[in-house]
Design a protein around this ligand. Structure first.
Ligand code: ADP
Ligand code: MG
Length: 292
């Protein structure tokens, strides 16, 4: 490999908004067999909206939303922002929660006024011993639509099922189709609900789904794919994607993502557009063909 052609290759990539940190990444990228992608913020916009809210008979919807949003004010999670935004849009006055706690991959808890409030995934409610069966069918239906269902408990009792929806980025379907044409297997790694992840994967034609992965488990998910004999390229944007970016044979970060992800990656996609991935691969193939 001549340094000159690598420079030309990485230079052309940079013009397309794809920054190769190291020349070797041109080689490792085209040697990958699986392209594994984080879901939230990578395949999707990472800006969910609250789409559904249901409360049991006898509960006041606005009051439940007020309690839930009061708690979520303290969370940095995009889901929390969606809930708070909806509460504000409805003109609800939020309270300052006490004893706020975030349980990564599970949910959040705290005291809002006189109530203990818990919000999170079904696995979090199971851990708390909250019976979600009255809304389980509804949650499944929402997940099958590609939405993320959450439960809220007030005073340890089921008080709502909430759904948020995070739209797929504009360039994502085309990027996946191009990766398939290039001969790659495409996988999704996410902390989100399994049914939600499967629904989105089906919609995009993604081949393999690793869902309900805890924040510290993404690197293990990459290892799991590598254990099947695949060389893996991982694409992500979040703080908890950094270990997976490091574990992958080649790591690609979204330039609009968090600093740690960008610092850990071998390749940076300046725009959030995933079409940068097949474009970078096409370019690395062309560059290395010229070298041989
Ligand atoms: P991802 O980045 O894929 O959303 P996370 O590990 O951050 O994965 O979250 C996994 C799940 O944990 C979420 O889908 C949600 O069910 C639950 N969760 C995390 N944070 C919150 C929160 N602030 N409010 C409600 N649920 C949450
Ligand atoms: Mg993400």
């Amino acid at each position: 490999a001549t340094p000159t052609s690598i420079m030309v290759g990485t230079g052309k990539a940079a013009e397309m908004g794809v920054l190769f940190r190291k020349g070797e990444a041109l080689q490792t990228l085209q040697e990958a067999q699986v392209i594994a992608l984080d879901k939230t913020g990578t395949l999707t916009k990472g800006k969910p909206e609250l789409t559904d809210l249901r409360v049991p008979g006898g509960f006041d919807e606005a009051e439940v939303l007020r309690l839930v949003a009061s708690l979520e004010q303290k969370s940095e999670h995009p889901i929390a922002r969606a809930v708070v935004k909806e509460a504000r849009a409805r003109g609800l006055e939020l309270l300052e929660p006490q004893d706020f706690e975030a349980l990564p991959g599970f949910g959040v808890s705290g005291q809002v006024g006189i109530y203990r409030v818990d919000v999170g995934a079904d696995r979090y409610m199971a851990q708390l011993g909250v019976d979600v069966s009255p809304f389980a069918a509804e949650a499944q239906r929402l997940a099958d639509e590609g939405k993320t269902p959450l439960y809220a408990a007030v005073g340890g009792k089921l008080a709502a099922v909430v759904a948020v929806s995070d739209p797929v980025k504009e360039g994502t379907p085309e990027a996946i189709a191009a990766l398939h044409r290039q001969g790659f297997k495409v996988a999704m790694i996410t902390g989100d609900n399994r049914r939600t992840a499967r629904s989105i994967a089906r919609q995009l034609g993604i081949d393999e789904v690793l869902a309900e992965v805890l924040p510290e488990g993404k690197a293990d998910a990459v290892k799991q794919l590598q254990g099947k004999g695949y060389r893996v390229a991982f694409v992500g944007d979040g703080i908890n994607d950094a270990p997976a970016l490091a574990q992958a044979d080649v790591g690609l970060a979204i330039g609009t993502g968090t600093d740690v992800a960008i610092e850990t990656a071998d390749v940076i996609l300046m725009s959030g557009d995933l079409r940068g991935v097949p474009n970078a691969i096409a370019l690395s193939r062309a560059t290395l063909k010229n070298i041989k």
